[in-house]
Write a protein that binds this ligand. Sequence first.
Ligand code: ZN
Length: 135
Amino acid sequence: MNEVRPLGEIASYHAHIYYGDAAERQYAEWLRLRIGERFRVRLGTWRDAPVGPHAQAMYQVSFATEIFASLVPWLMLNHGGLSILIHPNTTNPKRDHLIDPLWIGRALEVHGEVLGEEDEAEEALEVNTAPTLAV
Ligand code: ZN
């Protein structure tokens, strides 16, 4: 029998917003501003070169589980063709990235081999946005 995994395994989520050429980076900038105006999240550093398991330039958005139901559908409508990886943060980063994530837009390669299978589940990082607009 399979064992049911409880939602409590998920400490937080990341959205990784990928971009390639200058036009995509410009859209990613636009999107980042719009996210910051609307959602209580942690907007991460711009990574113009591949880092960790991420095979393409991106920035990370860290968010609490209660933000998922509004942010993720909003990204579905507003990703503008960019690829976005949404993954849970549990105690198994490799599984979070390779087996259990969802993609908005086209799925990209993820180098999961650099990730561990046992780690402390990452809580949502400190919010650095001050949203004023409704979604
Ligand atoms: Zn991540």
